[in-house]
Design a protein around this ligand. Structure first.
Ligand code: SIN
Length: 509
């Protein structure tokens, strides 16, 4: 029992917990260890209008342009305006962002017209943000953590959420009641074979919200990051877009720079444009990757500015100061999610959502680089403020603990691997009606197979992955146009007349 239950320990969940702690007891549950979130892995930085000559309106303009007509303007206004005090607050809590001559140092990433991205420890901004929030949280008695705790389902009574069914670290099922529940469970990159996301990002919160009756929107918009290290021996490792912001150049396997052929912003074009250009170059040159060239930049600068990238590439035999680094795109961020209003409230009473799990409308069809940590700070706080108002008498449903049945013999690991391949091939950077229909058929087949009593985390996770994959695929099939991160080879044009609108999905219609 807690007054408030926060699901997820990334930037959005932690910021919400800090806000709520003044109103009651907060329990934060995380599926793995608290630092195994996408926040921890964020390299590039936080986009915020703090540089000289920058203003929230300019940040807003770039965000709207990247979102290709699908951003909610009032949400973006809140993001860029409240983003400034949220970042200043983080600095006052001890976040140590990189400086030059005593002033914040700014870098640039794709689709930003000016240098407005602050960063920490060169390329480990997420770590610094997370550490700062955790330091703050650890000084607050009202906040408790349950790590290795898996959300199985939300408890819904009528139109209200009253808590959650969880599996604790001993594999035991428990019910936790709360006055308000904040879903900040992150994204679903693990649905794809290649992803920058941590292993915990299997979309559980999204599938669970869908089963609970939440509206989900924009599920077809999956952002792929153009540059992840591609070596047979190495894991899929992000190479920050700020590498190109500092002068790194994409080259094909013939050694030719190619981005100016595709966009006036060249290597700093919006992410979706860069991903498709890379795909096109891989196809033209019959290669499985392209390269990132940083050899013209000063070695000392590279080592100081990108210590994490330098060390990781080095570990796998690549020296960024001397070698061309093999890269290719990988699934990175879900623009869609649980639909919320500007106060992070979902269509279910007492249930709130923020961060990557939520869709408040700030990203539209394509998220502007480095807007996600900012979103977590701004809408995490908003979720905390609005959910604190739910404090009060709880409707406590009289629920028996569900029976645990033995699962039938299904090779869950095998289906998971096939699902990741399927999504990569048929619902990835370039899709078409035929590929999406084929994917949907297979997903429906797996969904049927999984209509059996499930009991382990692996089994619940797989069911969630199939649900979210179906939502992505069905929305992508429905949107018969190309916009931002959603590209249909059978409908390559953007069709504002018919499709400048959201696809909202809800269970049962
Ligand atoms: C990066 O550093 O390139 C990732 C930043 C982001 O996804 O916003």
């Amino acid at each position: 029992m807690a007054n408030f239950l926060v699901i997820g320990g990334g930037v959005a969940g932690l910021r919400a917990a800090i806000e709520l702690a003044g109103s009651g007891e907060v329990l934060v549950i995380t599926k793995g260890k608290v630092m195994e979130s996408s926040t921890w892995r964020a390299q590039g930085g936080i986009a915020v209008a703090l540089a000289e000559g920058d203003e929230p309106e300019l940040h807003m303009k770039d965000t709207l342009k990247a979102g290709v007509g699908l951003c909610d303007e009032s949400a973006v206004k809140i993001l860029v305006e409240e983003g400034v005090p949220r970042v200043e607050e983080l600095i006052s809590w001890g976040a140590n962002f990189d400086k030059e001559n005593g002033k914040l140092s700014f870098t640039q990433e794709g689709a930003h017209k000016i240098r407005r991205i602050i960063h920490a420890m060169g390329d480990a901004t997420g770590e610094e943000v997370h550490r700062t929030l955790m330091r703050r949280v650890q000084g607050i008695e009202n906040i408790k953590f349950f790590e290795h705790t898996f959300l199985i389902d939300l408890l819904i009574e009528g139109e209200e959420c009253s808590g959650a069914l969880i599996m604790d670290q001993n594999g035991e099922e428990q019910i936790i009641f709360a006055s308000a529940i904040i879903l900040a469970s992150g994204g679903a990159g693990q649905l794809y074979r290649d992803t920058t996301n941590p292993p915990v990002a299997t979309g559980d919160g999204l599938a669970i919200a869908y089963r609970a009756g939440c509206e989900l929107q924009d599920m077809e918009f999956i952002q792929f990051h153009p540059t992840t290290l591609y070596l047979p021996s190495a894991p899929c490792f992000l190479i920050s877009e700020s590498v190109r912001g500092e002068g790194g150049v994409l080259k094909n396997s013939k050694g030719e720079a190619f981005m100016s052929e595709y966009h006036e912003m060249g290597d700093l074009a919006p992410r979706d444009v860069v991903c498709r250009a890379i795909f096109n170059q891989m196809w033209r040159t019959k290669s499985s990757n392209v390269f990132l060239d940083m050899r013209h930049l000063k070695p000392d600068f590279l080592k100081r500015r990108f210590p994490n990238i330098y060390m990781t590439c080095k570990k796998y035999g690549q020296d960024i100061t001397r070698d061309l680094i093999p890269v290719r795109p990988a699934a990175h961020f879900l623009m869609g999610g649980v639909k919320t209003d500007l106060n992070s409230e979902t269509n279910i009473k007492r249930l709130f959502s923020c961060g990557e799990a939520a869709s408040v409308g700030v990203h539209g069809a394509n998220r502007l680089a480095s807007n996600s940590l900012l979103e977590g700070l701004v809408f995490g706080k908003r979720a905390g403020v609005s959910s604190s108002k739910c404090l009060g008498e709880l409707a406590r449903p009289n629920r028996a603990r569900p029976n645990k049945d033995a699962s039938p013999k299904i090779n869950f690991g095998e289906i998971k691997k096939s699902l990741q391949e399927l999504m990569e091939e048929k619902a990835g950077i370039i899709r078409c009606g035929k590929s999406l229909k084929e994917a949907l058929e297979k997903l429906e087949e797996w969904d049927k197979i999984l209509e059996v009593p499930l009991s382990s985390q692996e089994e619940f996770e797989l069911r969630n992955m199939v649900t979210v994959a179906r939502l992505i695929t069905a929305s992508a099939l429905r949107r018969e146009e190309s916009r931002g991160a959603h590209f249909r080879s059978d409908f390559p044009a953007t069709d504002d007349k018919k499709w400048k609108r959201h696809i909202v999905t809800k269970r049962g219609g």
